[in-house]
Design a protein. Sequence first.
Length: 467
Amino acid sequence: MRDLFTAMMKEEWRVHSTMFGGASFALFPVLIAAIALMGSVLLPYMAETIPGGMIGFTVHAMFFLMGAMVGGFGLLGKEVMNRRFGQASLLAYSSRTLPLSDRRIFAAFVAKDTVYYLFLWVVPFLAGLALGTPISGLPLSFVGIAAVSLTLTFLLGLSTVFFLSTLYAHSLKLVAAALSAGLILALLLTAAGMNPMFLFPTYALFREWSAALFLFSVGLILIFSAVSIQYMTTEFPDHEKRYADGFSPLAARIRRFRYAPLVAKDILDLRRSGGLVGQTIFSFLFPLGIIWVTLSVLGRILPSAQIVITFAGVAGIIAATMYTWLTEFDSIGSYTFLPLGTADLIRSKFSSFLFLQPITAVTVGAFALLSGNPSAALPAVVLAVSIAVYACGVMIFLTGLWPAVMVYSVRVFAASLLLTGPVLIALIAISSVSLAYSLLSVLLLLPAFFLIRLSFGRWETWERAFL
């Protein structure tokens, strides 16, 4: 077990350092620490205009989402095996060739991901937060509580998605049953008078420290992890599937679009691999559901319109990751046999991304209506979709056709934060003053399309780097 864990740690390091260079990737935790240090220093000033609860929730939600993104192994592993098998040999699938059980391999995988990404994301953030305390004046007790709650939040996101991914590997009905049971339980507890904040126990621990909440959070993490290890499988039996011709009618339906055949292929790939349903649940609806529930707590101290606008802004940023759904497991090298250039591939993927944006619009509109603020529905939808398109344009410019792997490049990560962070904060701030200002977000479409056009020449020689 120890040898397998060590080998997986080396494998993870080699994958990332090969993509970005050892020195560049090694600087990534330093960048995270620097950002946390700056945030720690500015926290007293931000607290004068932004409620402390909003800041704390945002940070905890970010850590939960980071854990959730790392934890999607069950779902993503199935797609990799079905669509990219044979292009890479990873230890996670060594049970096919070595006398190692899936359970033992997955236990090592969980341990590896926990340790590796704690030191990549969580520890540097906490180090930066602690280094800023002499300037910010934050008490060390605050840093200590934040260290525990943020670490548990990351692990909760990791273990929750491991758990859901394991259910998904066996049956989509199990996932639907688990999510339905969780939603019903949350509604019943809320109706019984329980503070909704406790539905996000690690954030509740940060707000009100107690031994019971600590043990409950740790217990959830251990239960989800144990179930995942016990029942996880990387064996997906081959069985014949027959499909009616879905490509021709779909391509004909959208034939007015220039890249209709490629868009139809992307949509069919997502649907037949399970990604359209699975990615929508795990990568979009599930994290937004957590944010939805927790923002309801802040509704007691903030106007409902501001809550809707904040949700729309966060939804827009998360929706931008839909671009990775279309590129992450597609074998880009296979397109070299077709009379297509880099610009054609980028345009087609972006077109497919736009076809997925009704998911964003419906989700944000539903939140506005269910929150009792129907007048905010249209401005919130415009804001969310505009931010999603702009953030996608930034992603395409910085990462080309490989957003999933280039996120750990220090230069890419820093540039992405600088290009999207201030824009998001500014739009949420002015939209909170008046909902009408959120309609100004459509102006983001201009720089988005400009960045996409620049990306054509920037990524023209991508074959040299990735093939």
